[in-house]
Design a protein around this ligand. Structure first.
Ligand SMILES: [Zn+2]
Length: 194
């Protein structure tokens, strides 16, 4: 799996011209059909999307190209899951958040729990990333809980990235920076070798 931008024609052009690097060996990825159709749930509507599949010319591994507005194994886009995390950091409970987003309470509770379990590690990961992106960056202010600190660290890293990458939605940034694994429990960048 490889995280790519949300501009599909742009991604296709990069894929065809060998502009996408294999996440396993940095060889050139080439088109290799499509993955199964998946439904992406946006804030207002659902979208059926058929992700591109690619194959590395060097190591021959195949990688599905996942747009950065999606997280691995989550049907809701990162705008929705990110809004839930932001609301939780602001002190709202999962039922109210679910109601405001028009999602099931159990679904929202699941996202929040997943994030809470890894909150300290996520906070450290994005704090380090923020200072890597902007060595002049000041301290990221404590926000009152490990959960809120992690959300603040993501926002701080996204702000720090603006200078290098241009303005970008913090949650798209978080998705790309985590390889789509912001709400995963395996192979996240902060999970060490687990
Ligand atoms: Zn490769």
């Amino acid at each position: 799996m490889k995280i790519v931008g949300t501009d599909a024609p742009d991604v296709e052009r990069a894929l065809v011209t060998g502009g996408l690097a294999c996440p396993s060996c940095a060889g050139q990825l080439r088109p290799w059909g499509h993955a199964r159709v998946r439904v992406v749930r946006h804030r207002e509507d659902d979208e059926r999307r058929r992700p591109r599949r690619s194959r590395c010319g060097r190591c021959a591994l195949t990688h599905v190209l996942l747009a950065e507005d999606c997280l691995l194994r989550r049907r809701d886009d990162v705008e929705v899951t990110g809004a839930a995390l932001t609301a939780k950091a602001a002190g709202h409970g999962h039922r109210r958040i679910a109601h405001d987003l028009g999602r099931l309470a159990a679904t929202v509770r699941n996202w929040l729990r997943r994030f809470a379990i890894a909150a300290v590690a996520i906070g450290s990961f994005f704090t380090v990333l923020a200072h890597d992106l902007d060595p002049m960056l000041g301290a990221i202010e404590p926000a009152g809980s490990a959960f809120a600190d992690a959300v603040e660290a993501i926002a701080g890293a996204a702000r720090a990235a603006v200078g290098r990458l241009g303005p970008r939605d913090p949650w798209l940034f978080a998705s790309a920076a985590s390889g789509g694994r912001l709400l995963s429990n395996t192979n996240c960048p902060w999970a060490g070798s687990a």
